[in-house]
Design a protein around this ligand. Structure first.
Ligand SMILES: *[C@@H]1O[C@H](CO)[C@@H](O)[C@H](O)[C@H]1NC(C)=O
Ligand SMILES: *[C@@H]1O[C@H](CO)[C@@H](O)[C@H](O)[C@H]1NC(C)=O
Ligand SMILES: *[C@@H]1O[C@H](CO)[C@@H](O)[C@H](O)[C@H]1NC(C)=O
Ligand SMILES: *[C@@H]1O[C@H](CO)[C@@H](O)[C@H](O)[C@H]1NC(C)=O
Length: 318
């Protein structure tokens, strides 16, 4: 920046300070949209135009500021200051173009706030304010259950999470009859490092009181529904209905009964057999069961263990 342009900006600033907002300019007026809405991560447009009754107006200076930070300055035929990511919205803007809107690249939460646009033309000066609000859409929620499998005879909790939204929104639960569960659910909103919110909500399910499905809905800050997800509770066994329920139960019980009777039968055979052999040979070796217990397992010493077993089997052979 050369001395001339610094001087120019100083004079320009002085004019603004002395003129203030009280003095209205008859010839030009900066008209700004009071509020602009930008999407997080996308381009945002801050709309301002120079309204003039004159024909053939030439713009000398345009200054775009946010708080005390100067973002973009056009001064005497050229752009003299430009922060990265800020530009005139009109693709090939020039001093005859009265649309002085600002375009912000890759909008972030830091871009939210008030902006001031000041203009100096050959027919007068004016400035105006405009506001940017940033919005981020919440992602489709996810539902997980704790414990992982929900059963009818144990309490469980459904946890719904939706992240990436701004400003703070809300989660809510609905059962299969579309009845909202307001009181039992607890919601938490956490601001993540990026400034976006992560919403989570826990819905406790008491044993035996479960519906077949639950829907978690995420609402944005204006209360509009953004997305939803449904969690289906696996059907309960009794609900499968009369005969079928008995059948599925007997499928598990029947083999157990068969195995149980087989074991009982075998035991009976063994007891009877042993009684007989004990009666036959009183001096027989110790029973097989206690023989087993006599060989302790020595962990990490398997070679020895094998040797010992070999010795014993030799003994019993002898
Ligand atoms: C700013 O722009 C708005 C919208 O065009 C307009 O109504 C308002 O009068 C302007 N304010 C000033 C101070 O020029
Ligand atoms: C901007 O500057 C004014 C005075 O120069 C000061 O009072 C104000 O706190 C500053 N604002 C910010 C956001 O830095
Ligand atoms: C100003 O220019 C931008 C970008 O071309 C455009 O989207 C907007 O509608 C224009 N505004 C007016 C009032 O012409
Ligand atoms: C909420 O969603 C509605 C509909 O999509 C949208 O018009 C509104 O701007 C959103 N509000 C916020 C605060 O994100």
């Amino acid at each position: 920046m050369n001395m001339a342009s610094i001087g120019f900006i100083c004079i320009f600033s002085l004019i603004f300070i002395s003129a203030g907002t009280a003095t209205t300019n008859a010839f030009i007026k900066v008209q700004c949209k009071t509020e602009n809405v930008g999407r997080y991560g996308q381009q945002s447009l801050l709309e301002c135009v120079v309204d003039t009754t004159q024909e053939d107006v030439t713009i000398r200076v345009v200054t775009w500021k946010k708080d005390n930070k100067t973002l973009l300055v056009f001064n005497k035929e050229e752009i003299t200051k430009q922060q990265p990511g800020y530009m005139f919205a009109e693709p090939s803007w020039n001093k005859k173009n009265m649309n002085i809107s600002l375009l912000i690249d890759n909008t972030g939460l830091k871009d939210e706030g008030d902006y001031v646009c000041a203009v100096m033309t050959d027919s007068g000066t004016d400035d105006n304010k405009t506001r940017l609000k940033v919005r981020a859409k919440y992602k489709k929620p996810t539902i997980n259950s704790v414990p992982e499998t929900v059963t009818e005879n144990a309490d469980s909790t459904l946890v719904c999470i939706s992240s990436g939204g701004y400003p703070e929104g809300r989660l809510s639960w609905f059962d299969e009859h579309n009845v909202e569960w307001v009181k039992s659910a607890q919601m938490e909103a956490k601001k993540t490092e990026s400034g976006l919110f992560e919403l989570s909500s826990k819905l406790p399910l008491l044993r035996g009181s479960t519906f077949s499905k639950y829907t978690c809905v995420v609402y944005n800050a204006s209360g509009d529904k953004e997305d939803e997800v449904t969690f289906e509770i696996p059907p309960k066994k009794e609900e499968l209905g009369g005969e079928k329920g008995i059948n599925s139960a007997s499928k598990i019980v029947a083999p157990l009964v068969v195995i149980g009777s087989l074991i009982a039968g075998l035991l009976l055979v063994v007891i009877v057999y042993r009684r007989r052999s004990q009666q036959a040979r009183r001096h027989s070796t110790a029973p097989l069961m206690s023989d087993h217990q006599a060989v302790p397992y020595i962990p990490g010493d398997e070679a020895d263990d094998h040797q010992q077993m070999d010795l014993e089997s030799q003994n019993s052979l002898a």
